[in-house]
Design a protein around this ligand. Structure first.
Ligand code: ADP
Ligand code: MG
Length: 452
């Protein structure tokens, strides 16, 4: 391979991984050499190399194959910026989340959603403990539990509570430096600091906050250097008795790929979970939303029993519940009539059906076989060729999204595969869906067929 062929290969990769990922991960790579199946590329950081090899290694090899080249191994050499003659790459401007300049302390965190306040958080049995703990932390009482670790499934209010703490603290003590951001944003900041050789700055800034809140911390599991930096930041703040609030989609002990030392430190504080909603809580949330909506649009007219019906029917998560309500509001403003039970049933048919139907893994696998024209035994086999691997990944993805089966359970059904394989498959399809319309169409179509 030559530089020119690498350029061709990159072009192909851009189409596959999408513009954003390409700009962030592939474009910065420079070709060094190709010999005896070994491809050497430059990277800016070791982390970048790890990432590329983990996430795009197969794609690079696959595309090379199409160009008639066989790559057995890819090695990354860290680019020495001092002697490099190439133009400095722009910092991660295309990263999935907005990366603000590190030197601007006020923009360190992510923007807060003004709707996510304590006033608008409805408390019920499933979340009362989490709410109480969050309230407590929001008083700024440094004797409160540290860290506070909130965990629970999607859409149960973790982010809402974290924003609420932030808003409350900021309101009561405007001088307090409260920083809220997602673990993903933390990672991008960190990579950017590495790239820009701003690590001192990064450390200084993160160590000087009064309250640090990191959302969805499961994201950094398995991402070694980010975890490492997070751990150091975490320790420095705890030593200074600064409050830390963390959220994740599962308990610290259940996050795979999380280093033991981090896990045990996370468990030192207070760990509380948000339980799945119950009927009363769902009804309460719906009533709150309606009340709030009425403040702005006084003519909203909902018949008795509609909210109860929704609270009873839509049990998946609060986000879906909110979506249903939003549609009803839109509908009511369009037709200018009372929202009746009939009307709700009709206009929410798809959501209700999705919540109604319990799809089994068996059905999913059969449908996949039919759709992609593969055999059940192929799905269960260890074969990894693309024409079988992709349907299998899609089946795993649908199983995760349409049933309540856990990763290990799904892995077991698919020929006793490891749960990490399932996690990878789910991630893979999610990624592809945003880049490849064929994949997103397949996913959507399959889902609809299964829900019907
Ligand atoms: P998570 O971060 O746990 O996935 P979010 O905090 O983003 O969930 O909540 C999803 C949506 O549901 C948000 O719009 C949030 O305001 C709403 N929500 C969740 N729980 C409650 C609650 N107890 N009261 C009011 N709204 C809630
Ligand atoms: Mg969240």
């Amino acid at each position: 391979m030559t530089k020119k062929i690498w350029a061709q290969l990159s072009e192909r990769l851009e189409k596959i991984v999408g513009k954003n990922s390409f700009q962030t991960w592939i474009k910065p790579l420079n070709f060094i050499s190709y010999e005896d199946g070994l491809l050497e590329l430059t990277v800016t950081t070791r982390f970048q190399g790890d990432w590329v090899s983990r996430n795009y290694g197969d794609e690079i090899k696959g595309q090379a194959m199409r160009l008639g080249l066989k790559i057995d191994r890819i090695e990354f050499k860290i680019k020495d910026n001092q002697t490099s003659l190439t133009e400095p790459e722009k910092p991660l401007t295309q990263a999935p989340t907005k990366v603000q300049t590190l030197s601007n302390k006020n923009t360190l965190g992510a923007p807060l959603d003004s709707r996510f306040t304590f006033e608008r958080f409805v408390v019920g049995k499933p979340n009362e403990l989490a709410h109480a703990a969050a309230r407590r932390v929001s008083t700024g009482d440094s004797a409160a539990f540290n860290p506070l670790f909130l965990y629970g499934g999607v859409g149960l209010g973790k982010t809402h509570l974290m924003h609420a703490i932030s808003v409350e603290l900021q309101h009561m003590s405007p001088d307090l430096k409260v920083v809220y951001l997602s673990a993903e944003q933390f990672m991008y900041r960190f990579i950017q600091a590495l790239r820009d050789k701003q690590m001192m700055n990064f450390k200084e800034i993160f160590r000087s906050v009064d309250v640090l809140m990191v959302d969805d911390v499961q994201f950094i599991a398995g991402k070694e250097s980010t975890q490492d930096e997070f751990f150091h930041t975490f320790n420095a703040l705890i030593d200074q008795k600064k409050q830390i609030v963390i959220s994740a989609d599962r308990a610290p002990g259940e996050i795979d790929g999380l280093e033991e030392r981090i896990r045990s430190r996370l468990q030192c504080g207070l760990v509380v979970d948000l339980h799945p909603t119950d009927y009363e809580l769902r009804l309460g949330i719906l009533q709150e939303k309606v009340q709030n909506y009425r403040l702005k649009y006084t003519d909203l007219d909902i018949a008795n029993g509609v909210l109860e019906f929704l609270a009873h029917k839509i049990t998946t998560n609060v986000r879906v519940l909110e979506g249903a309500l939003t549609r009803l509001f839109a509908f009511s403003s369009l037709v200018g009539r009372q929202i009746t039970l009939d009307m709700a049933q009709e206009s929410l048919a798809d959501i209700l059906r999705a919540s109604d139907r319990k799809v089994t893994m068996d059905e999913i696998m059969k449908k996949i076989c039919h759709y992609y024209n593969v055999r059940m035994s192929d799905l269960l086999s260890p074969r990894r060729s693309r024409n079988i691997a992709r349907p299998r990944q899609m089946a795993m993805y649908l199983s995760k999204n349409m049933t309540s089966r856990s990763y290990p359970e799904i892995g077991k059904q698919f020929g006793n595969r490891d749960h990490t394989t399932v996690m990878h498959a789910v991630k893979k399809i999610e990624e592809l869906k945003s880049q490849d319309s064929q994949v997103s169409d397949d996913a959507e179509l399959l889902r609809r067929m299964l829900e019907a």
